[in-house]
Ligand binder design. Sequence first.
Ligand code: TRP
Length: 334
Amino acid sequence: MTGKKPIVMSGIRPTGYLHLGNYFGAIRNYVRMQDEFECFFMVADLHSLTTHPDTKELKSNVQRVLAENIACGLDTEKAALYCQSHVFETSELYLYLNMLAYKGELEKTATFKEKVRLQPDNSNAGLLTYPVLQAADIILHRASLVPVGKDQEQHLEMARNFVNRFNHRYGNVFPEPVAFNYNDQLIKVPSLDGAGKMSKSENQMSTLYLADSNDLIRKKVMKAKTDTGPTTPNANKPNYIENIFLLMKLVSQQEVINKFEQDYNNCTIRYGDMKKQLAEDMVEFISPIREKVEGILSNEAYLKQVMETGAEKARKSAKATMEVVRKSMGLKYF
Ligand code: TRP
């Protein structure tokens, strides 16, 4: 039955290339969710204007995000995959929600303070009201489940506050959105330099991107930090070695992992061999995705059709919500 499944909504900023951390931390779960829920996945192109006013590369960035998500398994028949700027209703709801958002709470948002620090010459009002726009994205579809990482918790809490204020003032229109993740998805994808996670902004040589060539993948993996190996049997693994095993667990066969575990435990491990194996398994994992992305990007007609289909689905849901919103707010005079 349609309309009975819980509604999932999330946004992806069109900045930079997706990496292995994005794949295992987010996209893979979207692919699972599209079978279980009614899903809206949005490219947050309007949000990107708060930090990237120069739009020369916006189109190609938006196309890349769409292509990468589809290549990873998002199905535009199952989920609505769309661009924020194609759904004009978002801007209308954003305006109404702005009247329910207080200057004080917006100013003390962690991401706002951080961005003002990073771009002191452009602390624009869009940056201040970034969480309001995000709340509009979510509640426009009356979504209740929002798959996001820890860094977005504060924005979600603010969205719940706006929802409660709206419902209290104008009647019960919106459900409260909550962060939603599968329990088994808390996989950390470590970076190749032994410090932290793979990330868009940090050292590009220690992050594997879905767009990396086979040679670049090999080069990055072979540069991963190791040492001369354990000298006592069954020793604890240093962090950077544990990370190589963790990466192997994402892409390699179980018996391959078992072999290197054994070699480690009896002090015969050769890290050069282990990294060669990991590099080849990474190539095998990433290269089909990369090739699919390239195929999609070279097909403008297909991308246009993807955007049109997505916009149509998203606007249908948005229009229905906005009818209710205007009516409950008393903005219907005849
Ligand atoms: N702010 C989110 C981020 O930085 C992106 C985003 C925009 C989003 N709108 C959203 C996430 C709605 C979840 C729901 O990643």
